[in-house]
Design a protein around this ligand. Structure first.
Ligand code: THU
Length: 146
């Protein structure tokens, strides 16, 4: 059965420029423990693009992923509404965002377009809603049981 065509993204992004921004951040990845380099480019509704890379730590558990690094940077610059995130990595195949990153992105974007591009050039596109259905989200804490 043919796949249902995906509707166009709400904001027309220049994916090539976003991939380049993610790749540039990926170059700066600090990952001496895993050797995996990840870059992310997060697109704000006002058109600004915030990039991030993974930053590992000798304690391992304190490693920060590229997507969360990009988000923290964006929020610090006053951006809170986002349309897309492009993820690149040193893996041949597209790297999908980890569960923690999905949850943290969900705080600010219910329907983010998520594009991941591998070193081999293949890409995977999805939405945050598809990647994290029935999420625990800000609304769950509004007017809730406390
Ligand atoms: N990593 C990310 O940056 N984003 C993800 O969504 C998954 C994993 C990083 C963390 C760590 O530095 C390396 O990839 C291996 O897990």
């Amino acid at each position: 059965m043919a796949a249902t065509p995906r509707p166009p993204a709400s904001v027309p992004e220049d994916d090539e420029a976003l991939i380049a921004a993610a790749r540039a951040a990926q170059e700066n990845a600090y990952s001496p423990y895993s050797g995996v380099r990840v870059g992310a480019a997060l697109v704000a509704d006002d058109g600004r693009v915030f990039s991030g890379c993974n930053v590992e730590n000798a304690s391992l558990g304190l490693t920060q992923c590229a997507e969360r690094a990009a988000l923290s940077r964006a929020v610090a610059e006053g951006a809170r509404d986002f349309s897309a995130v492009v993820i690149t990595s040193s893996f041949e195949e597209p790297l999908m965002p980890c569960g923690a990153c999905r949850q943290v992105l969900r705080e600010f974007a219910e329907d983010l377009r998520v594009v991941s591009v591998g070193m081999g050039g293949a890409s995977k596109e999805s939405t945050l809603g598809e990647l994290l259905p029935t999420a625990f989200a800000p609304d769950d804490l509004r007017g809730g049981a406390r």
